[in-house]
Ligand binder design. Structure first.
Ligand code: NAG
Ligand code: NAG
Length: 124
């Protein structure tokens, strides 16, 4: 009986220490696709990357930082391959990387015409 209580307590503590992040690609109109919840490894942070063309939001990526690809905060980071600008933020609270900003319908056309050329692989 005592052991069982201790195990239950341990399980509760482990659960509390468990930090999860939202993981998805947030696209105009479609919203968050491939939505998952990932668990942070010790020392890692949740990441949110917003991609822009100029000042216009194009898509966002939410994910867990990993030892191979840790979250690195960045402002106005540009990609050599195209006119994309990235803003990346990190946080380490449970589910702190909430999907934002909200998409607007006006972006649909631009999104559809630019998707082919600027595929999501740019972020990989
Ligand atoms: C990225 O974040 C910075 C600082 O918050 C902000 O000034 C800038 O406008 C953002 N970039 C874009 C393209 O929105
Ligand atoms: C990032 O770019 C935005 C838009 O061009 C600009 O308003 C902002 O001041 C820049 N922020 C930094 C930290 O360079």
């Amino acid at each position: 009986m005592k052991l069982r209580t201790a195990l239950l307590l341990l399980a509760t503590l482990a659960d509390k220490a468990d930090i999860r992040c939202h993981s998805c690609y947030k696209l105009p109109v479609l919203g968050c696709v491939d939505r998952k919840s990932c668990r942070l490894e010790p020392g890692q942070q949740c990441l949110t990357t917003h991609a822009y063309i100029g000042k216009m939001w194009v898509f966002s990526r939410l994910d867990c930082g990993t030892p191979g690809e840790p979250c690195k905060p960045a402002v106005n980071q540009t990609n050599q391959k195209g006119g994309l600008t990235y803003n990346t933020t990190c946080c380490s609270q449970d589910n702190c990387n909430s999907p934002a900003p909200r998409p607007t319908p006006a972006l649909t056309l631009v999104f559809l015409t630019s998707l082919a050329g600027l595929g999501l692989w740019l972020l990989h």
